[in-house]
Write a protein that binds this ligand. Sequence first.
Ligand code: ADP
Length: 426
Amino acid sequence: MSIQIKNICCIGAGYVGGPTMSVIADKCPALTVNVVDINEDRINSWNNEDLENLPIFEPGLSAIIKKCRGRNLFFSTKIEENVACADIVFISVNTPTKKKGLGAGQASDLKWVEACARQVAKFAKNHTIVVEKSTLPVKTAEVIKKILESSHTLLKGDQKKSFDVLSNPEFLAEGTAIRDLEEPDRVLIGGDNEEAILALSSIYREWVPEEKILHTNVWSSELAKITSNAFLAQRISSINSIAALCESTGANISEVARAIGSDKRIGSKFLDAGPGFGGSCFKKDILNLVYLSSFFGLPEVANYWESVVKLNNWHQNRISKLIVQKLFGTITAKKICILGFAFKANTNDTRESSAIKICRDLIEEGANLFIHDPKVKPRQIESDLSKKNLNIDDEFEGQLNYREGNWFYSYNIYEAVKGADAIVVF
Ligand code: ADP
């Protein structure tokens, strides 16, 4: 008997959960999609009448929210009641790298996933399909399964709760999330229960051609996601390493990139030299791969992937040094304009942005930074740089030469650029 899906609940209204559920609601008007989060401020922003104030900026997102919110797409903090009525629960919570304890600096911190699985175990009724949407280390599905199975499974009248766990990683790229969700290269579903897999596939089949929906075992699906990100990041480290060689040899990195990218076997994507990769996933996923490889006794594999992250760190340091060098060896009290602070274009996400490391170095060297990014709020930059934004006024502007090691938020790009000794474009 096939499993019928009517109600979806997504736990976590972040960069993955918000856009993914919006597109599902848009493409499947017969389904009810509830997105829940413990962060009340975030939920209030998702429900804000003014679509300019959504917590996430993605091209095309506000138009979908306008169409679907209140129709079949709802944002709330009511976790219990929405899990209870869901046929399928997506887990889209944060999984940052562990800061302390076993695997610190490499393994993902699974405390939010575990808390989430416990909530599902407690509140779910009847049969529920639980889907890992967050990027997770291989074998997390097993942990989730154990937590669900160890829950008190008896409901009133001897009726049992039951669960299927599937892995369905999200491949969207921030900045093009809506397009990626609407026209994915593939949808990956990992699991061992055919009925559950078909039930989840039936959602995607509303708009994704069947041949693009790949079924695998759960471990392949988990590993494919982190490997995809590792391969993409590796291309960025590779081209940035060649950029350094170009600077020393007189070759031109754009010409080299165009020449090698014309080879069909290599392809032209992800070959732009830049300030190094950022974002919440690339570094975290590679470090996960490093941790897994070491754990399974494969130090050569671990070292290979770790070098991709090391090169990225080295490259970011190199950029700060290059700026100091180009400005005659000193940037003390000089005005440097920073255009863009998010980790890439068309997003307001600053997690692991190269701009953070580079701006910190420049402030440390004594520069006065004027940062302009229309999508990132000053308080976010304050928190990333662990330094307060100085408000500039006319009187102060004349004294800029006597100040050093500050940063200013520029709402206006012209003000940011005016009189700058250097402009850094991220
Ligand atoms: P991602 O980029 O993976 O989407 P985010 O940090 O943007 O990550 O979003 C994750 C969201 O998950 C956050 O808004 C956070 O408040 C939410 N969250 C974390 N744990 C829970 C939980 N147990 N129940 C509900 N929401 C949670």
